[in-house]
Design a protein around this ligand. Structure first.
Ligand SMILES: Cc1ncc(COP(=O)(O)O)c(C=O)c1O
Length: 261
């Protein structure tokens, strides 16, 4: 049994919060091997690459643009399977996340974000840089592209299935953060086939433009999308499924904080 076999099947626990008699559950995705739900999509992306390249994959450099969590997941899986991995990161990347990637023998390439302000995320610069590396790599560089890669989206239909089964089908709302759209969108895809009235509430940071709000600089780079970025295929897939409801993550956290000090 290695880390890879421990991805998914995370617990769903009742949270001690009573909102007008409604029950509130948390899906503990931090119990995946690298402590985030990104392990699900990362495994699926690597498995698709294995199908495409077979034994040739060990000779390639697998790259991904990431604020941290997806890169940590990919680094862990590549380390176990013996593949080369480089994370494309920016000036927002935390030192702890970089150290985690390196602990799985992943390499780190920081993009030039000298033209960005401290509170502007470098997602666009990272994506462009990754595409340039592929173009210049003579077939040796493989870009995971979590924003567009369908394997990332489909892996998270299993997240929806787990939630549905653990909740015994008694589910009215699903709340979650949204970045590439793969996690919440994938889960929503499964749930939408089960019960039409489940409402999906996606949260993005203030300043992100996924749901058409005003663009502003923001610090949080895991979820959300800055104004210059083109909408990825996984966000399109997610948006096709979601009802248009938005709650700021900030507001949810504030509410919980007030309840529980
Ligand atoms: C811990 C965590 N949760 C959720 C998300 C958003 O997921 P997605 O990119 O699948 O929309 C991210 C994005 O990086 C993340 O790191």
């Amino acid at each position: 049994m290695n880390f890879i076999n421990k991805i998914g099947n995370t617990p769903l626990v009742l949270f001690p919060l009573n909102l007008n008699g409604n029950r509130f559950y948390l899906k503990l995705e931090n119990q995946n091997p690298t402590l985030s739900l990104k392990d699900r999509g990362a495994l699926s992306i690597i498995q698709e690459l294995e199908k495409k390249y077979g034994d040739e994959l060990v000779k390639k450099e697998i790259i991904e643009s990431s604020s941290g969590n997806m890169a940590i997941s990919l680094a862990m899986i590549c380390w176990i399977k013996g593949y080369n991995f480089t994370a494309i990161m920016d000036h927002h990347s935390s030192i702890i996340k970089k150290l985690e990637i390196e602990s799985y023998a992943g390499k780190i390439d920081i993009v030039d974000s000298s033209k960005l302000k401290e509170n502007q995320v470098g997602t666009v610069e990272r994506q462009n840089y990754a595409r340039m590396l592929v173009e210049e790599g003579n077939g040796k560089v493989v870009f995971c592209d979590q924003l567009n890669n369908k394997a990332n989206f489909l892996a998270n239909t299993v997240l929806g299935k787990e939630i549905w089964e653990q909740a015994d089908g008694k589910l009215d709302y699903l709340f979650g953060p949204i970045g590439s759209g793969a996690s919440l969108g994938g889960a929503a895809k499964f749930l939408s086939g089960k019960k039409e009235k489940i409402k999906i509430i996606a949260s993005e940071p203030v300043g992100s433009v996924i749901f058409g709000r005003k663009a502003e600089p923001y610090y949080q780079s895991g979820s959300g999308m800055p104004s210059k970025e083109t909408i990825g295929n996984n966000l399109k897939r997610a948006k096709n499924i979601f009802e248009k409801m938005i709650v700021w993550l900030f507001q949810i956290l504030m509410h919980l904080q007030q309840q529980f000090s």
